[in-house]
Design a protein around this ligand. Structure first.
Ligand code: ATP
Ligand code: MG
Length: 427
């Protein structure tokens, strides 16, 4: 019978890859914790309306990328394409935003029906950060300072550049949109198909177009900058000032708009030039209108999401994963013969008591000396502990270094944990 395979664009993350994922997650957690961000965990499925009402009906995500289905009750549900909507929903539902500020983060899979390619998948993972109740721009700056610190911690700092822009208030965007549509209508026939369609539905997204001809036409188009309201200008100026003082470099990209409807004022993207076309590794902005749009009290908010697959690919491409990040064992405890099994288990437990940091694998499944030593070698362990009938009788073990030419030694069982320090380092 034909074997069933995974769905296209939905990847298995295999045991030899998970150590890098864990390293990345550990580093992010540490940085977020240092700034006082709290983790929130939301469901992966939400009512479809939540995404329609927040992301916007005429965005790529809602128009063509959502995994939407009817459940057995006849409700329309959607696998979350992003985390902000669910985070706002959960925060509102549980009163987290009532008269208080919040710094939240989450991680998990997101689902979008896109054409799978390098750095673009149908199930992918994000780490998202959302801040509520702060009008900024100090908190906008903090988010960027925090991400800059994360890039430093990962060794990515020279490989990530920051683009920022202000897309103003809703009114400023309406005025700009009108001017943009007036201008682009003259060139309608020369625009790419998507942009022609967006001219009526979501003209701002045309600025995002990857089509060269469309971009050429946009060269002479009105710029959003000229339509910004005073408050947004002041907000943006102050943000730039805060970034300058903090030493976070950026460029202002007047074309940067972001693909979701809920953004206003600050928007930003961290981009790398080392991954090809899928170079945006972290993106976000301010969305002061969203909480109210979803039925809550008007609440200022700002956040971002980073794409974990892209960041991990980047770490691997640039060889930035530290050598210490492996799935290797430290100690492999063999058991030669039936009678050695309980002793091997007890010895392993004793080592784990002394060295909770070490990866101790107890050989299971019997087999010859040769086959057990082969497994010990494959486990990546630095040391094999050999426990057979002779050793049992003598109350000793043989300790065999596997990654150096140090000699094998015999020691009494009670000394094993202490002796391991020579091979594993002290903890
Ligand atoms: P893009 O322009 O690359 O499609 P986007 O604007 O749709 O990105 P966001 O919704 O802002 O992306 O998501 C934030 C981040 O999540 C992106 O910058 C990217 O790193 C990652 N991301 C988005 N879609 C995918 C995907 N299909 N596969 C892998 N990562 C993704
Ligand atoms: Mg996209």
């Amino acid at each position: 019978m034909a074997k069933i395979q995974a769905i296209r664009g939905m990847n298995d993350i295999l045991p030899d890859q998970t150590p890098v994922w864990q390293f990345f997650e550990r580093t992010v957690r540490q940085v977020l914790k240092a700034y006082g961000y709290q983790e929130i965990r939301m469901p992966i499925v939400e009512l479809t309306d939540l995404f329609k009402r927040s992301i916007g009906e005429v965005t790529d995500i809602v128009e063509k990328e959502m995994y939407t289905f009817e459940d057995r009750n006849g409700d329309s549900l959607t696998l979350r394409p992003e985390g902000t909507a669910g985070c706002v929903r959960a925060s509102e539902e549980h009163g987290l935003l009532f008269n208080q500020t919040r710094r939240l983060w989450y991680t998990g899979p997101m689902f979008r029906h896109e054409r799978p390619q390098k750095g673009r998948y149908r199930q992918f993972h994000q780490i998202g950060v959302e801040c509520f109740g702060m009008t900024g721009p100090d908190i906008d700056a903090e988010l960027l300072i925090l991400t800059a610190r994360l890039w430093s911690a990962l060794g990515l700092q020279p490989h990530a550049r920051l683009e920022i822009n202000s897309i103003g208030t809703a009114q400023a965007r309406r005025n700009f949109k009108e001017a943009l549509v007036n201008y682009l209508t003259e060139f309608k026939d020369q625009l790419d198909g998507d942009s022609q369609r967006r001219l009526a539905s979501n003209p701002l997204r045309i600025l995002d177009s990857k089509n060269a001809e469309t971009q050429r036409i946009l060269d002479n188009a009105p710029v959003l900058d000229d339509f910004l309201d005073d408050e947004s200008i002041a907000h943006f100026d102050r943000l730039r000032q805060l970034l300058d003082v903090a030493g976070v470099s950026y460029t202002v990209n007047p074309r940067l708009v972001r693909g979701l409807d809920y953004y206003g004022k600050t928007v930003f993207e961290w981009i790398t030039d080392s991954l090809g076309a899928q170079g945006t590794i972290c993106a976000g902005g301010r969305y002061d209108g969203l909480v109210e749009q979803l039925g809550g009290k008007s609440t200022p908010a700002v956040g971002f999401a980073m794409g974990m697959e892209r960041l991990i690919l980047l770490l691997e491409t640039l060889n930035l994963v530290p050598d210490s990040v492996t799935g290797d064992a430290d100690v492999y405890v063999t058991a030669m013969g039936e009678t050695a099994v309980p002793a091997a288990m007890a010895l392993s437990e004793a080592i784990r008591n002394e060295r909770p940091d070490a990866v101790v694998i107890t050989h299971c499944g019997g087999g010859s000396f040769k086959s057990q030593m082969k497994k010990a070698d494959r486990s990546g362990a630095k040391v094999a502990i050999i426990l057979g009938e002779n050793e049992l009788e003598a109350g000793t073990v043989a300790l065999k270094p596997l990654r150096s030419d140090q000699p094998q030694i015999d020691i009494v069982q009670s000394q094993v944990a202490a002796a391991l320090t020579d091979y594993l380092g002290s903890r």
